[in-house]
Write a protein that binds this ligand. Structure first.
Ligand code: GLN
Length: 477
């Protein structure tokens, strides 16, 4: 059996019928034939790891199950490029917390996936390694910045994957590639070992072909970790226990601001049809208003760029990765940064430094923080009245490669429905809910802090009563 589009349960069954080694070999064969440039590195240790698991007797909930990892999450011994020339030869000497958990559970790391440089983008086109192609239409972007992770799952080149989401980077590519993606509550998953872009916003999150596999992954990766000071000490919920196909009585809020100007009519139609389907399944919906939504994008980009300008200061040629030749200490650093970073990263470092500089700090950065509080209050108020919010993940389906490259602002604008969630720190899941012009549409389900189980139950119920998650991209079959 070709290793394509299997759920974790099917993967496990397949391993019992053959072996972890054979299963991994099948995936590697599929990856070998790939047309989408989803992986930056394919692990040369995957087969060995799978073989060891066979010999040790399949211990752990993910024994022998392969997974793909975004290239900003450290896996010991594999390059962690962050999609950048700056780190293309950097090999971390340690595992991220989530990788330790995955290895303990018996998972096999297939490789590291393509991404926008340092996770800055929504199309995976800013990668130093060239763009990933959308499996549904090879002329289109897969979304970003975790575009590689979403695309390899959609193309059957991994059963599931990890990404990171600072302002939509798990949910946007999940929506564009027709897979499920979860941005957990801020603090639910340790970020130890993930390269920081904007710490106050980001979380590591899972991508999979179905909701159950998201829950399986969350049960493995979530929970407290003393090495991440923002990791929440709460006891972690049991995510798989939430997979009940029942949303009778669920109260859904539909924020009208998320259906704003410029929304693609096909996206709007598919999302409304999904909300109505939930109503038929016993949920109630009402319109809610989140009046500060229109300021969220500006606030997000000021905060994200400010944090990025500080975080990326460490890449100076004296510690990690790329180093240019320079006569003096100063010229070494400036040449390293000029040659090592791409255009989008430089733009953000410049803008972030400006927003934090003396004289502008109050006007931009502090103001953005105040707006962030207002956006957060919108969520507290809305989620005080309803159990979940539903909205389009992205206002448009996947766009053509190159279409927005000349105009960074048009790319930033497409994050309008994802960034408010990161400002508020609440959990949010993107779920395939239909198609427009042959391209997948994502339904975004947003919840209260640490109520991922409600999101999973809602998404699972929808999935059990629809067929979108079983649709596969025609190009790669
Ligand atoms: N597109 C957003 C940005 O460029 C979000 C990226 C992300 O979530 N990493 O900042």
């Amino acid at each position: 059996m070709a290793a394509k589009w299997m759920s974790v349960a099917e993967v496990k069954q397949q391993i019992l019928e053959s072996s972890a080694e054979e299963l991994t070999a099948n995936y590697l064969e599929t990856i070998n034939k790939s047309k989408i440039n989803g992986y930056i590195t394919v692990s040369d240790k995957a087969l060995e790891q799978a073989k060891k698991i066979d010999i040790e007797g399949l211990k752990g909930p993910l024994a022998g199950v392969p997974i793909a990892i975004k290239d900003n999450i450290s896996v010991k011994g594999l390059p962690n490029s962050c999609g950048s020339k700056m780190l293309k030869n950097y090999i971390p000497p340690f595992n991220a917390h989530v990788i330790e958990k995955l290895l303990e559970a018996g998972a096999v790391i297939l490789g590291k996936t393509n991404m926008d440089e340092f996770a800055m983008g929504s199309s995976t086109e800013s990668s130093y390694f060239g763009p990933t192609l959308n499996p549904w239409d090879l002329e289109r972007v897969p979304g970003g910045s975790s575009g590689g992770s979403a695309a390899v799952v959609a193309a059957g080149e991994a059963p599931f994957a990890l990404g990171s989401d600072t302002g939509g980077s798990v949910r946007c590519p999940a929506a564009f590639c027709g897979v499920v993606g979860l941005k957990p509550t801020y603090g639910a998953v340790s970020r130890y070992g993930a390269v920081a872009y904007a710490n106050s916003l980001e979380q590591i999150g899972p991508l999979a072909n179905n909701v159950s596999d998201i829950a399986v992954l969350m049960d493995v990766i979530a929970g407290p970790d003393a090495r991440d000071s923002t990791s929440a000490p709460n006891a972690k919920p049991e995510y798989q226990a939430a997979l009940k196909a029942d949303i009778k009585g669920l109260r859904i809020g539909v924020p009208k601001e998320y259906f704003g100007e410029g929304i693609n009519p096909g996206v709007e139609k598919a999302v409304w049809a999904a909300i109505q389907r939930c109503e038929e399944l016993g949920a109630f919906w009402e319109e809610v208003s989140m009046p500060h939504t229109k300021y969220a994008l500006a606030s997000y980009y000021i905060i994200a760029m400010s944090e990025a300008s500080s975080n990326l200061a460490r890449f100076d040629g004296t510690r990690y990765g790329f180093r240019a030749e320079g006569e003096t200490w100063h010229s070494l650093i400036s040449k390293t940064r000029a040659e090592g970073f791409g255009a989008e990263v430089k733009r953000r470092i410049l803008l972030g430094t400006y927003a934090l500089s003396a004289g502008y700090h109050d006007k931009y950065y502090l103001k953005a923080l105040k707006v962030r509080s207002l956006v957060k209050q919108d969520f507290e108020k809305a989620l005080g009245k309803v159990d979940v919010l539903m909205a389009p993940t992205m206002p448009n389906p996947a766009f053509k490669l190159g279409e927005r490259l000349e105009d960074p602002l048009s790319l930033y604008l497409s994050d309008v429905n994802t960034v408010p969630i990161n400002l508020a720190g609440v959990p949010s899941l993107s779920l395939p809910c239909g198609f427009t012009a042959g391209l997948p549409v994502g339904l975004q389900i947003i919840g209260k802090p640490f109520e991922e189980p409600t999101l999973l139950q809602t998404a699972y119920t929808f999935e059990q009563n629809t067929d979108y998650h079983n649709k596969r991209p025609p190009e790669v079959v």
